[in-house]
Design a binder for this molecule. Sequence first.
Ligand code: 5AD
Ligand code: SF4
Length: 552
Amino acid sequence: MPSRPSVYLETFGCQMNELDSELVTGQLVALGYAMVAEPNLAQVVLYNTCSVRDLAEQKVRSRLGEMRIRKQNDPAIVVGVLGCMAERDGAALINKFPAVDVLCGPAELDKLPGLLDNAWRTRQSMVNDFENGSSRGVGGSAKQIALQGDASRRSSTLAAAQDTLELLDLSRSVSPSDHSGSAYVRITRGCNKFCTYCVVPNTRGAEMHRPPDHIIDECKRLADAGVIEITLLGQTVNHYRYEHGAAITVAGIEQPQKGRTYKGGHQRDILAGERVTTFADLLKRIHDEVPAILRLRFVTSYPRDFGDDVLEVIRDSPRICRYLHVPAQSGSDTQLSRMNRGYTVSEYMDFLDRARAILHEPEKGRPLTIAGDMIVGFCGETDEDFRASIDLLERARYKNCFIFKYSPRPGTSAFDKIADDVPEDVKRKRCNDLLAVQHRISDEVAQEQVGRTFDVFVEGASRHEQKKRKASADGNAGINLTVGGRAVSDPSGGIAVIDHDDAPTQLSGRTDGDLIVVFDRPEGKPLESLVGGIHKVRITKANVLTLFGELV
Ligand code: 5AD
Ligand code: SF4
């Protein structure tokens, strides 16, 4: 077999993209491709892209501009755009950036090896032809494209039968060297919500739920490889629902089902019986059947249809984290309706009250922490609507909140139907004002933790310690104390366990509520006895980003 080209893969955007990149990497490595850390060292350069906001796309466009220049000197190189931007722009992206050879949408990633192989061979033969004086030349076109296009919203039967993407998740390579104690597991793909501002339902297609046995198997394999923390992923993760017996099998493999949303409010899912695995059932199964997973969390939750059954399973399962990421997006009912979010502010606040009533137990060292997302400057947002968003933040008291300026996205219904009428300077000011409010609240939430003792998953040297070491190691290349690593790389590039005298003294980790905790390693306590494990830390002081404490 001819040797495979080297590949550089850069990931933009969300955790779902990080997981996709991990799966793509595993698939390519299994086929003999070598992954490299620098684009300059690669013969194939891939960008796994995000289209949620224009800013994320701008970064990719600038990378593609750089690749156009590089390709002038190195015409054999293959450039690929994967993910949401490929799906959204389609062939138009190639017209704009002819340097792009491969386009692969997020629902087609299982086809990537075939596309890359074709693209690589084509580029090679074009370069050879050119060097031999043949007419085709390196400007010739043989673009490799796999996009979901209109297939994304076909009938559930067809969609499930065609979901060969499940095979990509199933083929995940899981070895101890791939993970530093923490991993993502997908439970649903796509989204059926059609919030008017959002491209995801177009780029990732219809909501599909993976069979529970596949999910449990993956968790077990990760646990066997040393993973102790798993984050379940889905765009609306709490809508997970799998009907047994309704499954379609392709090549003997049960396929995911198209989402059927549970609309039970805070009731239980009354239709659920033995034949249905609800989200609550799934959480309980993973918790009970994979006890080596010491931390189980999930993102992102949709505020509607979040049953008490899920909250009670979290309460009764010591290894499920008391952390929820539930975006509100706006504090104004008018705006929520324009966004097609399907809930009111009072319904959202009722959910937070319910979640806190069931899960907030600070006296047991288990406070519930909640994170949010807000969009400012969405179409038609008045000063009054914006004040309502400030009010929501004051009442929600998030641990942290991601705040975005509305970015109109072609292909969404807001882009087509509602004017983007909030001026850029007003968007910017509202964003800064909301950030300032959240900054104060995050600080207050952090101060509330002082005096409490938490179980902390210790990940490695603190950022401060990493910076200090990087500065002092100037010229002494190779020190790499990335969070989550058990070891540091030595100057020759190999992995070496740190000499204890030289081991970092300030360590960092996270509580089950995802609060960052920094503490000093007690003298004489070896690094390996702490990193990668869960240890009790008492919090002595706090700032907005970090809790500081001591090992107890
Ligand atoms: N403009 C700004 N923010 C957006 N988000 C999604 N679409 C847009 C958009 N067009 C935000 C939402 C979502 C998060 C992932 O990104 O807050 O929860
Ligand atoms: Fe986008 Fe709304 Fe789906 Fe989230 S729930 S991915 S914001 S459409």
